[in-house]
Design a protein around this ligand. Structure first.
Ligand code: 5GP
Length: 203
């Protein structure tokens, strides 16, 4: 079954855009806008990950994440429903396998917001389809302010941990296919759109 399905994926014109960036870099907002753009509306879809962290204010089950318990997450891994997974600041996050592979078989574009480990994993698994994009914040101070503005993460320890991760993540940005700085939202969005549209067959 696996071998039968893997060939169409290897030759698929579909693409996986893996977007990474420190928490607060604005990657989720940029991706949200990109998904609404006229040129990509019927081609690009965002994959919704499973996570064991709890929902932030304003986040919705099934739209932002599938919020699950640790037991359910483990079961999904055992059943091979998860393409890649990571542990980020004590919580599990995983990409749904069927969703991504179905879109690739259909020749569609999928966007994933993943940490740097996830981006490497996807690049190894789908070398012909994966395009990695790193979104950097204009500065660490801007990042600190954005993280501060988020509901439940105003807990000091959480902010500190996320800022600590940001330094490491920025170091790893060099391995990405594309890197853009989100200092001006409009410009960053145009740049991101330009990257994705380059892969659209027949313009
Ligand atoms: P947050 O808690 O800020 O939503 O996400 C924390 C980090 O986990 C972010 O870097 C986010 O991109 C990443 N992430 C979210 N879902 C997944 C996933 O399914 N796999 C991996 N590897 N990283 C993920």
């Amino acid at each position: 079954m696996k071998a039968q399905n893997s060939e169409p994926i290897a030759r698929s014109p579909g693409r996986i855009f893996v977007i990474s960036g420190p928490s607060g870099s604005g990657k989720t907002t940029l991706l949200g806008k990109l998904l609404k753009s006229r040129e990509l509306k019927n081609l690009l879809e965002r994959s919704v990950s499973f996570t064991t962290r709890s929902a932030r204010r304003g986040e919705k089950q099934g739209r932002d994440y599938f919020f699950v318990g640790a037991g359910e997450f483990r079961r999904k891994r055992r059943e091979e429903k998860i393409l890649e997974w990571t542990k980020y600041l004590g919580y599990y996050y995983g990409t749904p396998k069927d969703f991504v592979e179905e879109r690739l078989r259909q020749g569609k574009f999928v966007a994933l917001c993943l940490d740097t480990a996830g981006a490497k994993h996807i690049k190894r698994t789908y070398p012909a389809q994966a395009v990695t994009i790193f979104i950097a914040p204009p500065s660490l101070e801007a990042l600190r302010q954005r993280i501060h503005g988020r509901g439940r993460e105003t807990v000091k320890a959480e902010i500190k941990k996320r800022l600590g991760m940001a330094g490491q993540e920025l170091k790893e940005s060099q391995g990405y296919d594309h890197c853009l700085v989100n200092d001006d939202f409009k410009r960053a969005l145009a740049e991101l759109k330009g990257i994705v549209l380059k892969y659209k067959v027949n313009g």
